[in-house]
Each structure stands twice: as C-alpha cells, then as structure tokens.
Design a protein around this ligand. Structure first.
Ligand code: ADP
Ligand code: MG
Length: 290
C-alpha cells in the first residue's frame, strides 16, 4: 500500500480510538486466524462487586472485610478494587498492611493487625489441601461469580463471591469474528465454572481456564507453533508477556500501563469489538498488496 494510504488509515484509526503502535503488526492483522481474549477486564468490565460473603463459624463479616480490604488496598487487581470499594462503602476503616506480597496468579498474602492474611483462588485451596464448603462454592461459581477464600493464620474464615459484568460489545465481537472465519478463544486465570459461564453467554467454544500468567504466554506460543496467526487481547499486568508473544498484541485502553506498553494496538474505548475493526481496517488498507 502507498505510504499515504497507510498514514491515512492509522490517522482514521486513531480518530476512532484504535492506537496503532506498530505498523508491521497492524499490516499482519488482515491475516489473523485466531483472536485470544483474556476474560476479566477484557470480555468483562473488570468491575467486581461483592455479592455473597459466606462466613465460617466464629468470624464476623466486618472483621473479615477490614482485614481483607486492608490487604487488598495494596493490589491493583480488579478483585482487590471490588473488595476495597465494598469495604469503604460500608464505612470500614482500612489500614496499610505491615507486609504484603502477591501469590502469582493465585492471590495475595500479608500481615494486617499482626495477623497473617491470605486471599486466594480455589486452585490455591486445592493445592494446599484446605477444605471448604464445596457445594456453596459450586453454586456460586455456576452463577458466574468469582469466589476467593480468606485465610486468617492459614485457617479458612470466609468465602467472598464477586460478580463482574460481561461487556455487551464482547458478544458482538465474538459473533463477528466467527463470521470472518477468525477463531475466538478465551484465556483466564479464573476458575473453570466462571470461565464456562462467561463463555456460554458469549457463545464462545474455546476456553482455557485456571491458566497462570506465564502459561498465558506459553499458550500463545503454542498456538503460533500450530501454524495459526494469532492475536492476544488483554488488560492486565499478567497479560503482558502473552501480548508480546502474539502476532498482534492488543491492549484494552482501561487496562494497566504494562499491558499497553507490550501491545501493538491499544483500544482506547475498551471495546472488544474494535478488534474486528482493526482486522477490517488492515484488510482495506493493505488489500492491494501481495
Ligand atoms: P485473570 O486472568 O482473570 O486476570 P489472574 O491471573 O489475575 O486472573 O488471577 C487468577 C485468580 O487468582 C483470580 O481469579 C483470583 O482467584 C486470584 N487472585 C489474583 N489476584 C488476587 C487478589 N488481589 N485478590 C484475591 N484473589 C486474587
Ligand atoms: Mg484481565
């Protein structure tokens, strides 16, 4: 394509909230065969609200929320933001933890008010062989809710369920990609039931759940090795390596700086359907090229 045509296309794209950071990757977008989406914050809004708190005997809701909220105040994860917002709305006074550290892809741990606090995924619970009310957990998960577990001094004190909203535009994106013969997939660190619930709402068949951050990057590599031209779309710090590995890395504008720095294209409007626009624009821009 003539340089002028390309310049015009990238300007038009920018006007519509599609920031093309690497032109070579944008050119290749017309040949994409698969688009992988992160779930939280990408297909969904990434705005969690607490829906249920299931307490173990001897624990008070307010104490649990204060300890957990204080710990989560140090994390940028959408789950953390949801918990902190909820605790604050209830007028609970959060403190800074004395110590905190992430448990990569599985949660957060630290010390608050001299107590050892952990907020962790179901995967962590299974791995550590800590038992919980699995029927309640299954019921909440099947409703598409993300459940995290609160451990105080390694003892289960509560299960917190949080709900996120699926982006309306995600439904259309999945539908249109299929129409273009581009295979949509989902890659998430969240548990299988939640992932399957979201996927069923979106009529999306290819789902990989309980994927750790480094495994996201490996999965993209694997898809490439199978000979598919693949795009990765994500918002989080833990999506950055996968974005960098993909033929086209697409960051959601409302996401983290790290994701945006690793991306070839940034979707300023945080609209997953703009992935379709990028592919269409790449096709029309480079149509006449061999
Ligand atoms: P995603 O692919 O949905 O962005 P992550 O890899 O960030 O998933 O997280 C995977 C899981 O680890 C979450 O579903 C949650 O169970 C747990 N987790 C991660 N960070 C936190 C946190 N700050 N607080 C509580 N749980 C967390
Ligand atoms: Mg995410």
């Amino acid at each position: 394509a003539a340089p002028l045509v390309v310049a015009r296309s990238t300007a038009l794209a920018a006007k519509n909230g599609l920031l093309i950071r690497r032109r070579a990757s944008f050119e290749g977008a017309r040949k994409l065969q698969s688009v992988v989406f992160d779930k939280t914050g990408t297909l969904t809004e990434g705005k969690f609200g607490i829906t249920d708190i299931v307490l173990e005997k001897g624990f008070k809701e307010e104490d649990v929320l204060r300890l957990v909220g204080s710990l989560e105040s140090q994390s940028e994860h959408p789950i953390a933001r949801g918990i902190v917002e909820n605790a604050t709305e209830r007028g609970i006074n959060l403190k800074s933890p004395d110590e905190f550290d992430s448990i990569t892809g599985k949660g957060l741990k630290g010390t608050v008010e001299g107590e050892d606090i952990k907020v962790v995924s179901p995967g962590y619970m299974q791995e550590q062989d800590i038992s919980y009310q699995s029927e309640k957990f299954e019921k909440l998960s099947k409703q598409g809710k993300t459940v995290v577990f609160v451990l105080i001094d390694n003892k289960l004190s509560a299960m917190i369920a949080l709900a996120d909203k699926i982006r309306e535009s995600a439904k259309r994106a999945i539908h249109e990609l299929k129409q273009m013969n581009v295979q949509p997939m989902m890659l998430t660190g969240d548990n299988k039931q939640v992932a399957n619930w979201v996927a069923s709402q979106l009529m999306l068949k290819n789902v990989y759940a309980e994927v750790l951050p480094h495994e996201k990057a490996d999965k993209i590599k694997e898809i490439k090795q199978n000979g598919l031209k693949v795009a990765m779309t994500g918002d989080g710090v833990n999506d950055a390596p996968a974005l960098a590995n993909a033929d086209l890395g697409i960051a959601i504008g409302a996401g983290t700086d790290v994701a945006m720095e690793s991306a070839d294209v940034v979707l300023v409007k945080s609209n997953p359907n703009d992935v379709v626009s990028i592919i269409a624009l790449s096709k029309s821009t480079y149509r006449k090229m061999i």
